[in-house]
Write a protein of this length. Structure first.
Length: 333
C-alpha cells in the first residue's frame, strides 16, 4: 500500500507541471479562438465583448490560477465552440476511445504474444524468419496508410466490413451503461446491435493494433530468448518436464516483465494517440474531438483532452508498476 501511495503522490507534480506546459503552449498559438468562434464577419466590439466574457484579456498568470482553481473542483472549463463543459464533452467521447483501445490491445496481445513465443521457441526456422519480417513490416507501416488500405480492400473492393463510424444508421444505440456499444449491447441482450458494433470495430481496431502488434511480438521474442538460455530452464528440461510446462510456467512467467512494460506503455500511447485512426474511420472518440478542437482553436477543449490523456497514461503506468511487484516480488524493494 505504501508503494502504491508513493507512486500515486508522485503523479501530482507531474500533472501540475503538465498543466503549466499545456497552458503556455495553448496560449502561445498564433490564433484567436474568439475570432475562430465568431467568424470573419465579427465586429471588433463583438470580439472584445467575448474576450472579456471569457477572461482572455486577463494576464496569463491570472488566467492560469483561475484555470487551476477550477481544475481542483473538477472543472475542465467550458468549450468555446460547443458551449458545454469540457468534462461532459470528454465523458461523451471517452467510451468510444476506450472501446477502440481495448479492442486494439486485446487483438494485438492475442496475436503478438503467441507469435513471439513461437518465434523464440522455433528460433532460426522459417516460422521465426517470417515472424520477424511481419513484425518489421508492421512496425514500419504508418497508421493512416494502413487504415486507408484496409478501407480500400475490405470495404470498397470486397464489401466485407463497413468503412467507419460505430453503428449502422438503421440501428439504434443500446441503452447507455458503459458507453461502449459492444458491452452495452451484450448487457441489453441485443445481438443484432452487438454484431453490427463488432463489425464496425474491426477495421479501426486492426489499424490501431498494427504497430502495437509488431512491437509486442518483437519484445516477446527477445525476452523469451533471454530466459530460455537461463540455467533453471535448462534444468527443467533436463528433469524431463513437458515442453509446454517449461515454456509457459518457467519461461513465459519470468519473461513477462519486459512484455508487461511494453504492453502498458503501448496501451497508454494508444489511448492518447488514436487521433489518426479515429479521424480516418470517423470514430467519434476523444481523438476526433481533439482534431475538431484544433481546427477551431478551442483552448479549453484542447487542454482538457491533453490533460485527460496525460492522466490516463500516468495511471496506466502506475498499474504496470503495481503489477511488477505481483510478477517479481524482488521489485517490491
Amino acid at each position: 500500500m505504501r508503494f502504491i501511495l508513493g507512486r500515486f503522490l508522485a503523479l501530482i507534480p507531474l500533472l501540475l507541471g503538465m498543466t503549466v506546459l499545456l497552458f503556455l503552449v495553448s496560449h502561445s498559438l498564433p490564433a484567436d479562438p474568439v475570432r475562430a468562434f465568431l467568424g470573419q464577419d465579427a465586429t471588433p466590439d463583438q470580439i472584445r465583448f467575448y474576450r472579456t466574457k471569457l477572461g482572455l484579456d486577463d494576464p496569463l498568470p491570472v488566467q492560469y490560477l483561475r484555470y487551476l482553481q477550477n481544475l481542483l473542483r473538477g472543472d475542465l472549463g467550458t468549450s468555446i465552440i460547443s458551449r458545454r463543459p469540457v468534462a461532459k464533452d470528454l465523458a461523451d467521447f471517452f467510451p468510444a476511445t476506450l472501446e477502440l483501445t481495448l479492442a486494439a490491445v486485446l487483438l494485438s496481445s492475442l496475436v503478438a504474444i503467441p507469435l513471439g513465443i513461437l518465434s523464440a521457441v522455433k528460433r532460426g526456422t522459417l516460422i521465426d524468419h517470417v515472424s520477424r519480417v511481419v513484425s518489421l513490416f508492421g512496425a514500419s507501416m504508418p497508421i493512416f496508410w494502413f487504415g486507408l488500405l484496409l478501407q480500400l480492400v475490405l470495404y470498397a473492393k470486397l464489401g466485407w466490413l463497413p468503412p467507419g463510424d460505430r453503428l449502422s444508421n438503421t440501428l439504434t444505440p443500446p441503452p447507455r451503461l458503459t458507453g461502449m456499444f459492444t458491452v452495452d449491447a451484450l448487457l441489453a441482450g441485443n445481438l443484432t446491435v452487438f454484431i453490427d458494433a463488432v463489425r464496425h470495430l474491426i477495421l479501426p481496431a486492426v489499424a490501431l493494433s498494427n504497430i502495437n502488434l509488431a512491437i509486442l511480438a518483437r519484445i516477446t521474442r527477445s525476452s523469451m530468448l533471454d530466459v530460455l538460455s537461463e540455467a533453471y530452464v535448462i534444468t527443467a528440461r533436463a528433469k524431463g518436464l513437458h515442453e509446454r510446462v517449461v515454456i509457459y510456467r518457467h519461461t513465459l512467467k519470468n519473461a513477462a516483465v519486459p512484455i508487461l512494460t511494453v504492453a502498458g506503455m503501448r496501451f497508454g500511447e494508444l489511448m492518447a494517440g488514436a487521433i489518426l485512426t479515429e479521424t480516418i474511420f470517423s470514430w467519434p472518440g476523444m481523438g476526433r474531438y481533439a482534431v475538431f478542437s484544433i481546427e477551431r482553436v478551442d483552448f479549453p477543449a484542447l487542454m482538457g483532452f491533453a490533460l485527460v490523456a496525460t492522466t490516463l497514461y500516468a495511471l496506466v503506468n502506475l498499474v504496470v508498476d503495481v503489477l511488477y511487484v505481483r510478477l517479481d516480488p524482488r521489485m517490491s524493494h
